[in-house]
Design a protein around this ligand. Structure first.
Ligand code: HEM
Length: 233
């Protein structure tokens, strides 16, 4: 007779939902901290720079956490964890939006000409903008309505988050390289390699092996199943 440890019970969506308010509060902590520091006049010699950099940092952390959800839920076998991904992604966008607003206000006085100049002149700013635009698109299309409307294209669109991750780590690296302080960007780059690598390994493992004969059978089967589901509505 063999004894094996029982598998971890699957968490339900309802159990995960109970955890959401706590996660929400944790994600809000940097924002609350800025207010407390602000009231104590403790934002440092240059509060504008502090807030711009801090919001960029927490946007990056939020993005990494959102990217970690899928590999983590596969690793520990808890598919329901996926319901936390949207909140983490939206927090990443929230901090990124504050970061971009800080830059636009304190570095360019909201002047479109100065902003454009900065985007053209400084490579790390160019990369930041290229990352922020698709992040905004992902935030807008993260609702149930958009998931329903875009169907399979939703997943294809949301794969752009990998490119956003690479761009943002590159942006971070360039900022810190200018200050000869690239330790943290390397840590984030290593984390990104692990997270994207885990997805790649999973994609390769689950890729169906296709021989010409089985491809033909699969096409035939899909066509039949497709027409059947169409008739079902
Ligand atoms: C319009 C887009 C963006 C612009 C114009 C922009 C601009 C800036 C600026 C001016 C800095 C400060 C550089 C310095 O202190 O010398 C910075 C730093 C940073 N940004 Fe951005 N950024 C953008 C998008 C993003 C996005 C989308 C993220 C993350 C998701 C991000 C993450 C960071 C990080 C992590 C830092 C470094 C903070 C630190 O040194 O601790 N940025 N960015």
């Amino acid at each position: 007779m063999t004894t094996s440890s029982p598998p971890l019970a699957l968490w339900t969506q309802r159990q995960i939902s109970r955890f959401k308010p706590l996660l929400f509060l944790v994600c809000l902590l940097p924002f609350i901290r800025w207010w407390i520091l602000g009231f104590q006049d403790a934002l440092g010699a240059n509060p504008a720079e502090y807030l711009t950099r801090s919001s960029g940092y927490w946007a990056l952390v939020g993005l990494m956490m959102a990217l970690a959800v899928t590999p983590l839920r596969r690793f520990i076998g808890q598919p329901a964890l996926v319901s936390l991904r949207r909140m983490l992604g939206l927090f990443a966008w929230f901090y990124a939006a504050l970061h971009v607003t800080g830059w636009a206000l304190w570095e360019a006085g909201f002047s479109p000409a100065l902003m454009l100049d900065d985007i053209v002149q400084r490579t790390f700013v160019t990369l930041g903008v290229i990352a922020f635009l698709p992040m905004t698109l992902l935030a807008i299309t993260s609702t149930r309505g958009w998931i329903r409307r875009l169907k399979q294209r939703w997943q294809q669109l949301h794969r752009v988050v990998y490119a956003v991750g690479i761009l943002v780590v590159w942006h971070f690296w360039l900022v810190r390289d200018g200050k000869n302080d690239t330790f943290e960007p390397w840590v984030f780059a290593a984390l990104l390699v692990v997270l994207l690598g885990a997805r790649l390994v999973h994609a390769l493992k689950t890729r169906p092996s296709v021989s010409p004969a089985s491809a033909h059978r699969a096409c035939h089967h899909t066509a039949v199943a497709g027409s059947a589901s169409e008739t079902r509505g």
